[in-house]
Design a protein around this ligand. Structure first.
Ligand SMILES: N[C@@H](CCC(=O)N[C@@H](CS)C(=O)NCC(=O)O)C(=O)O
Length: 196
């Protein structure tokens, strides 16, 4: 199984969740700008959408979209989803929220003309405030880390790097997830691949 990623981008969430799940997989870096692969190939030939993440399964099938990959990983490792009869749907609810209300706003914010930026920034801050209030203990669904936390972590860290003023609870949340062995290992692997 191969996970295609660009260093530090949203594919880091899938990388972290797959390590948390104990899956065996290779990681392949994609040059964010040129779509070149380390072997000189073109990433678009692997994933015609051209963006990361993409997962090529052992039988050759392609799985894309953070929501689908992070839900699939939690199906393989149920500890990465909240429990209860609605657990799977609570996870999907949260993954969909992060993808459509938070993640999708970043490229809009970054490429918006100056007069549109304040509105997009306000919307992002509104949703980060909302989600900070959703934390139940250390993580989104209590004291157990789920694949939605891997996604929210990458989004929140990105917001911090852009200088968005995050609620203190989210600043602590980022620090907490940064110190998990899976995050340390995923970050190390991505940086090592970028150097080679
Ligand atoms: N809908 C996709 C969006 C993924 C996405 O936005 N990926 C970004 C990195 S965070 C990317 O690869 N952008 C490069 C491009 O669009 O060319 C998902 O949620 O998986």
């Amino acid at each position: 199984m191969k996970l295609f990623y660009s260093q530090g981008f949203s594919s880091l969430a899938d990388h972290i969740a797959m390590l948390e799940a104990g899956l065996q997989f290779e990681v392949v870096s994609v040059d964010f700008d040129t779509k070149k692969l380390p072997d000189g190939g073109n990433y678009v030939a692997v994933n015609p959408k051209g963006y990361v993440p993409a997962l090529v399964l052992d039988d050759g099938q392609l799985l894309t979209e953070n929501v689908a990959i992070l839900a699939w990983v939690a199906d393989l490792a149920p500890k990465l989803a909240p429990g209860g009869a609605l657990g799977r749907y609570r996870l999907l609810e949260m993954l969909s929220f992060i993808a459509t209300e938070i993640h999708k706003r970043f490229p809009l914010y970054l490429t918006a003309p100056d007069d549109a930026k304040p509105m997009l920034r306000e919307q992002l801050l509104k949703w980060f405030d909302w989600i900070a209030g959703e934390l139940q203990g250390n993580y989104l669904f209590g004291d157990t880390f789920t694949s939605a936390d891997a996604y929210l972590f990458v989004m929140t860290r990105g917001a911090g790097e852009l200088g968005l003023p995050l609620p203190p609870r989210l600043v602590e949340y980022v620090a907490r997830i940064e110190s998990r062995p899976s995050t340390i290992e995923a970050t190390r692997r991505e940086a090592a691949n970028a150097r080679s």
